[in-house]
Design a binder for this molecule. Structure first.
Ligand SMILES: [Zn+2]
Length: 325
C-alpha cells in the first residue's frame, strides 16, 4: 500500500513525469527542480527519492511506506539518502547562508561508496543556488562523473544563479504557476472561501502557494494597510517619515514593499494617462530596488522615506493633470 501523499495538481504532473522516466530507466543522474518558491518542489524531490529507495514498491510503483528503507527515510537516518541544506556556522551561533565546500566534499565521498542497502543513493541539495563558488566547482566534478544508481538532485527557485556548467549537466524539472481555475480550486480545497481566495490569488499574481500563505497569515491584511497608507500619503494626510517608520518597524518590511510595488503596477494598468503610467512603472522598479536594500546594511528606513516621497510627488502630479478610466 502506498503512503498517503497529497500533491497539488502542478506537483503531481512533475512527479508523474519524473516517476515514469525513473521506471523507464531514463531519469537523469543530475536533476534540477526549478520554478517559483512555495510550489512544493522539495516535497516532489523527497517523494521521488523514496520511490527510488523503497524496497517493496506497490504495483503502481509507489513507495510502500512500511519497508525498512521507507522507515529510515521518514526518520531522516537512511544511510543512502541525504538532504544538504544550510548548517550552523563554526561558532554554532546561527545558520550559514551558503552551502560550503566541506558539505559538497562530504557528499562526494559518500556518493563514491557502495550504497549500504545495495540499491541506489540519492542526495538532494536545497537551495542549490546557495552553493558558493568553491563548492560549485567541487559539485561539478561529482556531476561530471555520473555513477549508475547515484542521484544528485538540485532544488532552486533561482536557477539562473547557478553556473551554466552545473545547469547544463542537469535534467530540468520546471515547476510553473498553474492555470487560475486550478489554483482557485486548490485554494478552496485548503479551506479558503471563494472571495478571499480570489483576492489573494490576484494579489499574489496567480501564485497559489503564496496566496495560501497570505490567507493563513497576515499577508492580505498587510496589503490592505499598505494600500491605505499609500492613499493617505497621496492625499497629504500622512507624512513619508511616519509611514516609513511604520513600514520598517517590524520584520514585514520586505513584504510591505512587495505589496506596494504590486499595487503600483495594478494602478498603472488601470490608467489612461501614459505619463503617470510610466511614472508608476518607474516607481515599481524603485520599490523593488528598495526591497533589495533591506537585506544590506544601508539605513533602509532612509531609502523607504525616499521611495514614499517619490510616491507623493507622483500622486501630486496626477491630481493636477491625470485622468482615470
Ligand atoms: Zn518502502
Amino acid at each position: 500500500m502506498s503512503a498517503p501523499v497529497s500533491f497539488a495538481p502542478w506537483q503531481r504532473r512533475i512527479y508523474d513525469q519524473a516517476a515514469s522516466s525513473l521506471d523507464a530507466g531514463r531519469l537523469g543522474h543530475g536533476l534540477l527542480f526549478c520554478g517559483p518558491a512555495q510550489l512544493g518542489k522539495r516535497a516532489v524531490a523527497e517523494r521521488l527519492a523514496q520511490r527510488v529507495l523503497c524496497q517493496q514498491r506497490g504495483a503502481d510503483g509507489e513507495p510502500c511506506g512500511t519497508c525498512r528503507s521507507c522507515h529510515l527515510i521518514a526518520a531522516g537516518t537512511h544511510p543512502d539518502y541525504q538532504v544538504v541544506s544550510f548548517v550552523m556556522n563554526k561558532e554554532g551561533t546561527r545558520l550559514r547562508t551558503e552551502i560550503v565546500i566541506e558539505q559538497i566534499r562530504r557528499l562526494s565521498e559518500q556518493m563514491a561508496l557502495t550504497p549500504q542497502y545495495g540499491g541506489a543513493q540519492v542526495v538532494i541539495i536545497d537551495p542549490a543556488d546557495a552553493i558558493n563558488t568553491a563548492a560549485c566547482n567541487a559539485l561539478l566534478k561529482t556531476l561530471e562523473e555520473p555513477v549508475p544508481g547515484r542521484y544528485l538532485w538540485l532544488v532552486s527557485a533561482h536557477p539562473a544563479r547557478l553556473p551554466a556548467t552545473i545547469r547544463s549537466r542537469c535534467q530540468r524539472l520546471e515547476f510553473r504557476l498553474p492555470p487560475q481555475a486550478e489554483a482557485s480550486a486548490w485554494l478552496n480545497a485548503q479551506g479558503h472561501a471563494d472571495a478571499a481566495a480570489r483576492e489573494a490569488l490576484d494579489a499574489a499574481r496567480g501564485h497559489p502557494g503564496l496566496a495560501h500563505e497570505w490567507l493563513k497569515g497576515e499577508g492580505l491584511k498587510l496589503r490592505r494597510e499598505v494600500a491605505a497608507d499609500l492613499a493617505k500619503l497621496g492625499r497629504g494626510e500622512a507624512s513619508a517619515s511616519e509611514v516609513a517608520q511604520r513600514w520598517c518597524g517590524d520584520e514585514d518590511a520586505a513584504l510591505r514593499l512587495r505589496h506596494a510595488a504590486d499595487l503600483a503596477l495594478a494602478d498603472a494598468a488601470s490608467l489612461t494617462d501614459p505619463v503617470r503610467a510610466r511614472s508608476l512603472a518607474a516607481w515599481f522598479d524603485q520599490a523593488n530596488r528598495t526591497r533589495d536594500l533591506l537585506r544590506t546594511t544601508v539605513r533602509s528606513d532612509l531609502a523607504v522615506i525616499e521611495l514614499l516621497l517619490a510616491w507623493r510627488a507622483g500622486e501630486a502630479g496626477r491630481a493636477q493633470g491625470g485622468t482615470r478610466k
